[in-house]
Design a protein around this ligand. Structure first.
Ligand code: NAP
Length: 309
């Protein structure tokens, strides 16, 4: 078999990738984890995590990924800040294009996660960073004693709205249906919070303002068709996520929403290429499921390499 630079290359350094790295390093595979920016992924900007077992008081997302990174490094997992441009998966030995160079590997674990989905309405891009935000932990302190809108009805929108109330005077939670998708315990907390007013059956049709700040959003009631402007100082958007797969060739099969299709081994449609965490077609996108994926894929990658040799 031809010589390769690596046994395994892990792309992405969120909880799924870091766990795959921990298992691979402990299995003494010749492995590297490539991360575009800093290890952490989406969870690094999550204010508080209280459903990851082992931490009865909860902990911040940043702390959790810091601990995961430390643990993987303890077993000598190399982590490099490199952005993958494309993959050549046409041969059993896979090639990873890093722009100015390329590396070869026997196996790949894709752990690139997902990014916030946009609404696609006028003003969303124009006011990004000037009143439009996708990150409560990053931006909530800028809205102290102000009035903001939060769009969405899932766990993220509800949990982050509750977090916003530590800073802001009022949160209008805008949801397109008459029932939230979020976990019941989060719903109960939102309903009990005086600073949160839920605007049901409504979608945002535009985000408006002067040059440098948001002044209002236009809402449409999907049942009555009625439109109105709501005065707000900021608009947080939490309407789900889109998988980060732009660098992937079509040979890696995706589902209708663009998430990578995997089997029980977390192997994709290409042998020796695995996908873990939020980027794959999983029924649950949580830290606890991402780390399970990472462990399974690393062990399966090890078996794949053994069978190759
Ligand atoms: P999600 O569960 O996919 O929810 C997205 C929400 O946005 C839904 O309520 C959806 O409405 C709404 N939506 C989607 N597109 C829209 C549009 N164009 N206009 C208006 N509303 C739109 O996404 P998420 O809340 O980001 O959660 C993602 C995953 O992370 C989930 O599995 C969630 O459980 C997990 N998560 C867990 C926690 C936690 O455990 N504490 C915290 C955060 C996230 P419909 O309901 O009408 O579809």
């Amino acid at each position: 078999m031809a010589k390769t630079d690596y046994d395994l290359v892990i792309i992405g350094g969120g909880p799924a990738g870091l766990t795959a790295g921990l298992y691979a390093a402990r299995a003494r595979l010749h492995v590297v984890l490539l991360e575009k920016l800093m290890p952490g992924g989406q969870v690094a900007t999550t204010d508080w995590i209280e459903n990851y077992p082992g931490f009865p008081e909860g902990l911040s997302g940043a702390d959790l990924v810091m601990k995961m990174t430390e643990q993987a490094k303890r077993f000598d997992l190399p982590i490099e800040s490199r952005e993958v441009q494309s993959l050549d998966l046409s041969q059993p030995i896979k090639k990873i294009n890093l722009g100015d160079s390329s590396i070869t590997t026997k196996t790949i674990i894709i752990a690139t996660g997902a990014s916030p989905r946009k609404l696609g309405v006028p003003g969303e891009d124009l006011f990004y960073g000037k009143g439009v935000s996708f990150c409560g932990t990053c931006d909530a302190p800028f809205y102290r004693d102000q009035v903001v809108a939060a769009v969405g009805g899932g766990d993220t929108a509800v949990q982050e709205s509750i977090y916003l109330t530590k800073f802001v005077k009022k949160v209008y939670l805008i949801h397109r249906r008459d029932e939230l998708r979020a976990a019941k315990i989060l719903q109960e907390r939102a309903f009990a919070n005086d600073k949160i007013e839920i605007v049901w059956d409504s979608v945002v049709t535009s985000i408006n303002g002067a040059l440098t700040n948001v002044g209002s959003i236009t809402l449409k009631n999907v049942k009555t068709g009625e439109t109105r402007d709501l005065k707000v100082d900021g608009c947080f958007i939490w309407v789900g996520t889109t998988p980060n797969t732009a660098f992937l060739p079509d040979v890696v099969k995706r589902d209708d929403w663009g998430f990578i299709v995997t089997d029980q081994k977390r192997e994709t449609s290409v042998q020796g290429v695995f996908a873990v965490g939020d980027v794959r077609d999983t029924p649950l996108r949580q830290v606890v499921t991402a780390v399970g994926d990472g462990a399974i894929a690393a062990v399966e990658a090890e078996h794949y390499i053994e069978n190759m040799e």
